[in-house]
Ligand binder design. Structure first.
Ligand SMILES: [Zn+2]
Length: 151
């Protein structure tokens, strides 16, 4: 049996503020009695696992990179991010555009995103807009990225 995840990543929250927002989300999950909702705090790389595409596309110059090449370039950025010492900047090897991880498009896959707070819906049908809207409020209106992952 395989599992699906829909991950909502807060793209803007700082490491300091993430635990405060996470507590708000956990209270909401309790009050609404939601099952299968997991709150993850900390500098994390949120990835789509089996829904990773074969080719990443730079949104600025449209050059394509196979996944192995892209991950090789991303690896030091992700490592520094997880250690809390890096920025979410993954420049295009072709044109040098300073892209955030979630800004990379994928030909046939879901985005990756770096963030200090993520909310994962395990094996949910697509959560209704009301849940996403409520989460965006709890995230203080921050920009979010949705990743439909598959394990
Ligand atoms: Zn480019």
């Amino acid at each position: 049996m395989s599992d699906s995840q829909i991950i909502l990543v807060d793209l803007d929250v700082s490491a300091d503020d993430a635990p405060i927002l996470a507590e708000r989300v956990r209270r909401w999950v309790l009050v609404e009695r939601l099952d299968g909702v997991e709150v993850s705090v900390g500098p994390l790389v949120h990835l789509p696992v089996e829904n990773t595409g074969q080719q990443a596309v730079c949104p600025t110059c449209d050059r394509r990179f196979d996944t192995a090449t892209w991950i090789e370039a991303a690896d030091p950025v992700f490592t520094a991010w997880i250690q809390g010492s890096g920025m979410d900047v993954l420049p295009c090897p072709a044109c040098g555009a300073a892209l955030r991880t979630h800004e990379w498009r994928w030909v046939d896959g879901e985005p990756w995103a770096l963030g200090n707070l993520g909310v994962t819906f395990w094996n949910w049908p697509e959560p209704g807009d009301e849940h996403h809207e409520r989460l965006r409020e709890l995230f203080d209106g921050h920009q979010t990225c949705v990743i439909r992952a598959h394990l």
